[in-house]
Design a protein. Structure first.
Ligand code: PRP
Ligand code: ZN
Ligand code: MG
Length: 210
């Protein structure tokens, strides 16, 4: 059988828990910070360490058979993948936030304002659903410094503990989408015995945590 490939986040909020769940499945592999690929020594599996933003497309295109990534990232790139299992970690909310001293009080107050985000597709849809015309400024990271630099009046980004907002003088204002880590698979994935075995192990790790 062909060696399976699973893509996980290289660094960031989901990395540690993604590695942990695979280790708890009894998989042995080296987790060097510098290597982008790791071979599991006791199961026909390779682990690809990627930027989370790239994972849905890698799985959609079959470069990886499986992936662990936040639902928000899948929605943003509108990836055509199979949702196999919610993983119960990486829970967060995509929120719009404004400076603590902002005069904006409701969503209509965003009319004509600039919002910085790494999630332009999700944000545009949210604004459309709420009949607000705002300027969406797409930046790939460190979105929270936008208002401080005069780049935007508000931001739309992932909030987990809220620490990043707080340390940048921002307060959450509206909830756009809830998200958590999910296991996804390529649409054409063959449910061979390796895939079934891996899914079973992941599910029993999750059950043991309940
Ligand atoms: C998100 C977001 C913030 C941080 C918020 O990044 O962009 O930087 O988490 O977390 P907090 O509320 O606990 O402070 P993410 O981990 O999704 O990584 P990425 O933006 O680099 O993909
Ligand atoms: Zn990312
Ligand atoms: Mg970020």
């Amino acid at each position: 059988m062909k060696t399976l490939k699973i893509a996980i986040q290289k660094s960031g909020r989901l990395n540690e828990k993604s590695v942990e769940i695979l280790k708890n499945c009894g998989l042995s592999f080296e987790n060097y910070k510098s290597s982008l690929i790791s071979t599991v020594t006791n199961f026909p599996l390779e682990i690809l360490f990627l930027r989370d933003d790239d994972i849905p497309e890698y799985v959609q295109d079959g470069i990886a058979d499986l992936g662990i990534v936040g639902e928000n990232v899948i929605t943003e790139v509108n990836a055509d993948v199979e949702y196999l299992q919610k993983l119960g970690f990486g829970k967060c909310t995509l929120k719009i936030a404004i400076p603590n001293d902002s005069e904006i009080t409701d969503i209509s107050g965003l009319e004509g304002k600039a919002i910085a985000t790494s999630y332009p597709v999700i944000l545009e849809k949210y604004l459309q659903d709420n009949n607000v015309n705002a300027v969406v400024r797409t930046i790939s990271g460190s979105v929270e410094i936008g208002p401080g630099l005069g780049l935007s009046d508000a931001i739309c980004d992932i909030v987990s503990t809220g620490g990043t907002l707080k340390s940048n003088g921002l307060k959450p204002f509206a909830e756009v989408m809830k998200s958590e880590a999910v296991l996804i698979g390529n649409k054409g994935i063959e449910l061979n015995e390796d895939v079934i075995e891996l899914l079973q192990r992941i599910r029993s790790v999750l059950r043991a945590k309940e």
